[in-house]
Design a protein around this ligand. Structure first.
Ligand code: ATP
Length: 433
C-alpha cells in the first residue's frame, strides 16, 4: 500500500493538493486543491449528487449558509458537548488530545515538560457577526452541514411537494478546530461534507436505516473503490448516542489503518424534537392517512468529501512495470477521473488536426492536451494523473482518418476510425472495470 509521504508528494507534483499558504510556511489543518485536485473533488461531489438526489424521486437538495443562528448549535448540543478533552505542555506549549497517549501520562511526549490538567476544548470556530464584538454577536462556523436541513425542514416540506418518507441533501463546507489535524486531508480544520437526512415514520426507521447502509456502501463501489478495501462497522450499543437506535461506519483501509469515511445513523426523532423545543416552532408533520401530527424520525448519511478523495487516491495508486520501466499509475474510475481523455499529437506539426479533435471531444469528455516531450514520457504523465484513455494523432491519421487509443491500465492500443471514436470512448468508459 502507498505510504502517506509518497502520496502527498505526488499530489503536490501533479497539482492535486497543496499545503495552504505554503509561501508563509503553511497553516496546520488547511489544504488547497490545485487544477487537477479541484476536478477530482468536483467530480466526486457531482457523482454523489447524481446518485443521492438527481436519480431519486424522494430526495431534494438545499444549499444553506455556513453561519446560522447561534441557537442552532444550542439545540444540536454542539455548544454544550462538541469538545475533545485536551492537555497543554507547560514548557513547549504543544496541545494534545488526551486520547493520543496512555491514561495517566504526566510528561509531554515531545519535550518531557509538565502537562496541564485535561480540559475540554470546543471544536467550533467562533466569529462575530456585525460591527460589535460583544458576546451577543458570537456566531459559529458550522461544524457539520446537516443542522440547517433540520431547521429548514418545514420550508422544504411546504415547497417541495414531498411526503414522508423523503430526504434532504446538502454538500458544503464544515469547520472544526481539531486539536491535532493529521494524516493529510483525512482530518483537517476546514473540509467538505455530503450529507442527507432521510425523514420517515419512527416505526419504519430501522428498515430505512438498513436500506441506506447498503446504498451508501454501493456508492463507494460505484466510484470504483475496491470491495476488499471497504468494510461496514456497526457501532456497539455503548458507543451510540443516547437517542440513536443504530449507527454504522463505512470504513476504508488507509495506510494508517481502518478509518471512518462515513457514518450512517438512525437518529430517531431527536434532532427535530430538539429544534422544536429550543425554537418554540411546531416542526411536526401532518400525516393525511392517519390524520395525526408527529415529529418524523431521521436516518442520516454523512460523508466527508476530502476523506473520500483521500480514499480514492490511496485505492487508485499502483506501481507496476511497463517494458522494464517502473511506472506510477493512478487507476481512477472514469466516472471520477479528473481527465478522461488525453489528446497527444505525435509531432507539433499535427497541432491543427489534434486541436480540432480536442475541441470536438471536450464537449463530452474531460480532456487534456499534451504535445511536450517524447510520447513515452507523455503516457507516464497521464498515467500518474489517472487519465483512463489517451488518443494519439499521428501522420497516418491524415491519410486513414484513424487514431491510436491507449488504455491506461493495460497499456494496450487500438486503432480507431475518427468517426467511431466518440462511441468507442463512451463504450470503453461504460464497461470500465
Ligand atoms: P472522527 O471520529 O474521525 O472525528 P466524526 O465521527 O466526528 O469523525 P462525523 O461528525 O460523523 O465525524 O462527521 C461525518 C463525516 O465528516 C466523517 O465520517 C468524515 O468523513 C467527515 N469529517 C469529520 N471530521 C472531519 C475532519 N476533521 N476532516 C475531514 N473530514 C472530516
Amino acid at each position: 500500500m502507498v505510504d502517506m509521504e509518497t502520496l502527498t508528494s505526488l499530489c503536490k507534483r501533479r497539482g492535486l493538493i497543496f499545503q495552504s499558504s505554503e509561501i508563509y510556511g503553511g497553516i496546520n489543518g488547511f489544504w488547497d486543491y490545485g487544477p487537477l485536485g479541484v476536478e477530482l473533488k468536483r467530480r466526486i461531489k457531482e457523482h454523489w449528487w447524481r446518485y443521492m438526489v438527481l436519480s431519486r424521486d424522494n430526495v431534494v437538495g438545499v444549499d444553506t449558509s455556513i453561519i446560522a443562528h447561534p441557537q442552532t448549535w444550542v439545540a444540536s448540543g454542539h455548544v454544550a458537548n462538541f469538545s475533545d478533552p485536551m492537555v497543554d505542555c507547560k514548557k513547549c506549549k504543544r496541545r494534545f488530545r488526551t486520547d493520543e497517549f496512555p491514561e495517566g501520562t504526566k510528561a509531554c511526549p515531545d519535550c518531557g515538560g509538565e502537562l496541564t490538567e485535561a480540559r475540554s476544548f470546543n471544536l467550533m470556530f467562533e466569529t462575530h457577526v456585525g460591527a460589535t464584538v460583544d458576546s451577543g454577536a458570537t456566531a459559529y462556523l458550522r461544524p457539520e452541514t446537516c443542522q440547517s436541513i433540520f431547521t429548514q425542514f418545514k420550508n422544504v416540506l411546504a415547497t417541495s411537494r414531498q411526503k414522508l418518507p423523503f430526504g434532504i441533501a446538502q454538500v458544503g463546507k464544515a469547520f472544526r478546530n481539531e486539536i491535532t489535524p493529521r494524516n493529510f486531508i483525512f482530518r483537517s480544520r476546514e473540509f467538505e461534507q455530503m450529507e442527507m437526512e432521510f425523514f420517515c415514520k419512527l416505526e419504519d426507521s430501522q428498515e430505512w436505516y438498513d436500506y441506506w447502509v447498503n446504498e451508501r456502501l454501493s456508492w463507494f463501489h460505484a466510484i470504483g473503490i475496491k470491495k476488499e478495501s471497504l468494510r461496514l462497522r456497526p457501532h456497539a450499543s455503548d458507543e451510540l448516542a443516547h437517542y440513536a437506535k443504530g449507527c454504522t461506519d463505512v470504513e476504508f483501509e488507509m495506510p494508517f489503518g481502518w478509518s471512518e469515511m462515513e457514518g450512517i445513523a438512525n437518529r430517531t426523532n431527536y434532532d427535530l424534537t430538539q429544534h422544536q423545543t429550543v425554537s418554540g416552532k411546531d416542526l411536526q408533520y401532518f400525516d393525511e392517512a392517519s390524520k395525526s401530527h408527529f415529529i418524523p424520525a431521521v436516518v442520516e448519511s454523512s460523508v466527508g468529501v476530502d476523506r473520500t478523495l483521500l480514499c480514492v487516491l490511496v485505492d487508485a495508486y499502483y506501481e507496476d512495470d511497463v517494458e522494464g520501466d517502473k511506472r506510477v499509475v493512478m487507476r481512477f474510475h472514469p466516472s471520477i477521473a479528473p481527465v478522461q481523455v488525453a489528446i497527444l499529437p505525435l509531432s507539433k506539426k499535427l497541432d491543427e488536426p489534434a486541436r480540432k479533435l480536442r475541441q470536438d471531444l471536450r464537449l463530452e469528455f474531460l480532456t487534456d492536451y499534451d504535445d511536450a516531450g517524447s510520447i513515452g514520457r507523455r503516457y507516464r504523465r497521464q498515467d500518474e494523473v489517472g487519465t483512463p484513455l489517451a488518443v494519439t494523432v499521428d501522420f497516418q491519421t491524415l491519410e486513414d482518418n484513424a487514431v491510436t487509443v491507449r488504455h491506461r491500465d493495460t497499456t494496450k492500443q487500438d486503432r480507431v476510425a475518427l468517426d467511431q471514436l466518440k462511441q468507442y470512448l463512451r463504450d470503453k468508459m461504460q464497461e470500465w472495470k
